[in-house]
Design a protein around this ligand. Structure first.
Ligand SMILES: [Zn+2]
Length: 379
């Protein structure tokens, strides 16, 4: 069935159950400050429309009367999330709660927008099998406007490419596109480590360094979101230089290519990321020294984010998240160096570094577009 709550209150109830369910009627009434009678009326309507269901197997017995929680049926809706990289596209199939059911990828032989759109549509159709797809979401590193048009994406040499519209013309469901970091941050907010938090920050590590923020329950996003403004934040006055010549900036200290380059130079032969992780885990002195400096720099960035934006937690994600997992002590040193001892300790959580987490973010953009009834690119 379609997601069509009849009014704003019904939408609020349905959304609360989607994000935090299963929930009992009394929990729901309390969370949304609704009178029990109002909640009962709305939930009855939502159950009748098929959007919510009672989950009797989760019934709790309180004061002798069973309370049957309400839930959505996640498997009743399917979404495709696509991550667009320079040389390939990766896609996941998810349910309404962004649980990954399948994943696939396809290589790109060109960056011509029409060609890329066709490849995305083909992959979405393939991964969907015979299922009805409710919406497709696409994430990429670049500046993407509210209508899914890519204002700029230097890694594809794209300017003003109406990506969502191009894909929409090739599939039979709504299509949404967004900056990949914004998508990842939204996914953490709705279904990830940031679920239930109104203020948190995300730092992603990989080929670049990304920063995302949820403030007062909303994604903080200006017209420059997607430019990568935190990528060259200064972190270590004695660190190596980045491609732009900054000494010890985030790009030079925290990215996978920078760490690979430093370790390769130290050991006198090319070292890839997996090997670098193996070396640091086996306490190779050169690897340990480079990782410790990077971990301390990451701690300084976390402290800066915490000092400036007062988040309830800082989530570290991206394919380079293993840097954070391997340098816990150095990170804490970096945080303590840069934070007033009277301030609360910073809560740091590590997200999964799996590549599919970017696709999952794109799927959440599709889910949000669908649930909020946003107009897609073609309407
Ligand atoms: Zn730099």
């Amino acid at each position: 069935m379609a997601w069509q709550p009849t009014d704003d209150l019904a939408q609020a109830v349905a959304l609360e159950v989607l994000l935090h369910g299963p929930l009992s009627r009394s929990d729901l009434a309390r969370r949304l400050s609704l009178a029990p009678a109002t909640l009962t009326r709305i939930s009855t309507d939502l159950i009748r429309s098929g959007l919510l269901v009672e989950s009797p197997h989760l019934a709790e017995r309180r004061t002798g009367r069973p309370s049957i929680p309400l839930d959505v049926m996640p498997e009743a809706h399917h979404f495709v999330g696509v991550k667009l990289a320079g040389d390939r596209i990766m896609a996941v199939l998810t349910n309404l709660r962004a649980d990954v059911l399948d994943h696939r990828e396809a290589l790109l032989e060109s960056h011509a927008p029409e060609y890329v759109a066709t490849r995305i549509a083909d992959l979405a159709t393939q991964i969907g099998g015979g299922l009805r797809i409710a919406a497709v979401g696409i994430g990429l590193g670049g500046v993407v406007d509210g209508r899914g048009s890519v204002s700029s994406a230097p890694f594809l040499d794209w300017h003003e490419v109406p990506l969502a519209s191009l894909v929409r013309a090739r599939v039979s469901c709504p299509v949404f596109a967004a900056n990949d970091l914004a998508a990842f941050t939204e996914a953490q907010h709705w279904f990830g480590l940031g679920s239930g938090h109104d203020n948190f920050a995300v730092i992603t590590l990989g080929v670049g360094v990304g920063f995302g923020s949820i403030a007062n329950g909303r994604l903080l996003a200006g017209p420059d979101a997607g430019v990568g403004l935190v990528g060259h934040w200064p972190l270590d006055p004695f660190g190596p230089r980045c491609r732009r010549g900054h000494r010890g900036c985030a790009d030079a200290m925290l990215t996978i290519p920078a760490i690979e380059k430093d370790l390769s130079a130290a050991l006198g032969h090319p070292v890839r990321w997996d090997e670098a992780l193996g070396l640091v885990h086996s306490d190779d002195p050169a690897a340990r020294q480079i990782f410790t400096a990077s971990g301390r720099a990451l701690g300084r960035l976390i402290a800066a984010v915490a000092n400036l934006t007062a988040p309830e937690l800082v989530i570290i994600g991206g394919e380079g998240v293993a840097l954070a997992a391997s340098t816990e002590e150095a990170i804490l040193d970096g945080v303590l160096e840069n934070r007033d001892p009277r301030a609360d300790p910073v809560r740091i959580e590590l997200a999964s570094g799996e590549n599919t987490s970017w696709c999952q973010g794109a799927a959440v953009v599709a889910i949000q577009g669908y649930v909020h009834g946003r107009l897609d690119a073609d309407t």
